[in-house]
Write a protein that binds this ligand. Structure first.
Ligand SMILES: NC(=O)CC(=O)C(=O)O
Length: 310
């Protein structure tokens, strides 16, 4: 590092200091993004998702990502009706019981999109991560609720029924260290920066952008998170149903660490297979050494929870 760069104190731009990238068992593998149609029939949604996961795995996916709210219509009226008690498991959570069974049988990692979760008298929008042994490795509750009002276009208030999660979620899996966000969480760059500083290889965002913000922001945000943080970003949306109360944009995508779109689709149902190769992260970070060029003398990103746990 040049003496100029060291006087910039780049290691102090992340508080606590950034962690190195870990070495997961698999560093080159295929990811499957299952852009699913979602109906009002929960049983059908579960068996439909199961078939899609099996198809993605048969096409070589070692990691499968599902959409935001794939077992229920996306509406405040539906969340309480379709919500499951994930911690109770079994019959109380048929959606996650299916994910556990399939991940174990196929020996794949599943980032299970999200489902409405009932926890006591609260509801959350929750993503469950299952490892190759079928165990629940992590649970992310959407931290930033989707409360927006664009007059004449779209108004949605998740906070009418849902409670916001309280913690970022990063998880070590066979296929890398993965930071999780759900849909609106992608708009908050600090969350992605915290994941990058904690050594994430990949950020996964199940999401259901809409017909107003989708065309403008969906790809832009994914490419920004990937480019700024020099890591992979994967998103997965429900397929579009123009007759539904909430119309999803679709366009599930895999973006590489140079901001390049590696695999994507339109708005219909689809299973997208993309290749992830973590050796590319080091290459990009060597060519564009942002981590050595940060101005810790001018600004800092504070990871409050990691700082408090020290
Ligand atoms: N549905 C969401 O959570 C987010 C979204 O549609 C947007 O940010 O726009």
């Amino acid at each position: 590092m040049s003496s100029m760069a060291s006087s910039y104190k780049p290691e102090q731009a992340r508080v606590p200091s950034a962690l190195p990238l870990p070495s997961p068992p698999l560093t080159k593998f295929n990811i499957g993004l299952c852009q699913l149609s979602v109906t009002g029939d929960k049983k059908r949604n579960i068996s439909h998702a199961k078939n899609a996961i099996e198809e993605a795995a048969s096409k070589g996916a070692k990691l499968v990502l599902l959409p935001e709210i794939w077992n229920s219509p996306y509406s405040n009226d539906s969340f309480p009706v379709y919500a499951e008690d994930i911690d109770a498991g079994g019959d109380a959570s048929p959606s996650t019981a299916m994910l556990s069974e399939v991940s174990k049988r196929l020996k794949i990692t599943i980032i299970g999109g999200s489902i409405p979760e009932r926890f006591g008298d609260r509801l959350y929008n929750t993503c469950c991560v299952f490892g190759t042994d079928g165990e629940l490795k992590a649970k992310h509750r959407k931290i930033h609720l989707f409360d927006i009002d664009i007059p004449g276009k779209i108004t949605f208030m998740e906070s009418k029924t849902l409670t916001a999660g309280e913690t970022p979620t990063i998880v070590d899996t066979e296929v890398g260290r993965i930071g999780i966000g759900i849909c609106y969480d992608i708009r908050f760059q600090e969350l992605a920066m915290i994941y990058a500083a904690r050594g994430a290889h990949l950020l996964c965002y199940p999401g259901a952008f809409n017909m107003t913000t989708g065309p403008l922001h969906w790809e832009l945000l994914q490419r920004a998170r990937a480019t700024d943080n020099q890591l992979y970003v994967a998103t997965c949306s429900p397929a579009r149903d123009s007759g539904a109360g909430y119309t999803a944009w679709g366009h599930s995508t895999l973006v590489g660490p140079f901001g390049e779109v590696l695999a994507t689709t339109e708005h219909e149902e689809a299973i997208i297979i993309g290749e992830i190769d973590y050796s590319v992260l080091e290459q990009r970070r060597t060519s564009l050494p942002l981590n050595k060029q940060r101005r810790g003398d001018l600004y800092q990103l504070v990871d409050v929870q990691r700082l408090d746990s020290k």
